[in-house]
Design a protein around this ligand. Structure first.
Ligand code: AR6
Length: 175
């Protein structure tokens, strides 16, 4: 029997809100009510339907907020994608190793993608903006975690990064 193949990993420098993939991952915060960075861009471009669904999810399941490392899906509103998968990255800490929580964001988002039966997923470099995770380490965790995930129906994972520094960081691990 042949070994099942994992998804193709692709690196793109650009805006995650413009990606023609089935699901876009949002680097959200626990409130699920929006913010800056990727989160702000997704809500701005995707329109109010996304926030409305986030509010409903909060009311029904996440009254105390979506825990760090977890993921949940909503509509993608007016984005080219079908779904937004919201995940909450850890803030970088000088004193505590939170790598497992960052890895969990990628793993849990992929699990949600499998449940949605989608074939392509775009990830931003979670936690490397407002949450200040060092880019090189964030890229390593992203690539290693996605490579280590059990193969399923997702055929393409696209890492979408904003600038040259982030592109170079991911390129190093993608080889
Ligand atoms: N497309 C692709 N990458 C982007 C985009 C974009 N449109 N915009 C920013 N980046 P951040 P975090 C890059 O701050 O660190 C929000 O306020 C950016 O250069 O979006 O997980 C939330 O509500 C960086 O490399 O997310 C939370 O409160 C990466 O995406 C908090 O920020 C992630 O930066 C989450 O912080």
């Amino acid at each position: 029997m042949s070994t099942p193949e994992g998804p193709r990993l692709v690196l793109v420098r650009g805006d995650i809100t413009e990606q023609d993939v089935d699901a876009v991952v949002n680097a959200a915060n626990s409130s699920l009510l929006g913010g800056g960075g990727v989160d702000g861009a997704i809500h701005r471009r995707g329109g109010p339907e996304i926030l409305a669904e986030c509010r409903r999810l909060r009311a029904s399941h996440y009254g105390k907020g979506l825990p760090v490392g977890r993921a949940v899906a909503t509509t993608a509103g007016r984005l080219p994608a079908r779904y937004v998968i919201h995940t909450v990255g850890p803030r970088w800490s000088e004193t505590e190793d939170r790598s497992e929580l960052l890895a969990s964001c990628y793993r849990e988002s992929l699990k949600v993608a499998e449940q949605l039966q989608v074939r392509s997923v775009a990830f931003p470099a979670i936690s490397t903006g407002v949450y200040r995770w060092p880019l090189g380490d964030g890229a390593r965790i992203a690539v290693e975690t996605v490579r280590g995930a059990p193969p399923g129906g997702v055929r393409e994972v696209r890492f979408v990064v904003f600038d040259e520094g982030a592109r170079a960081a991911f390129a190093e691990y993608l080889g």
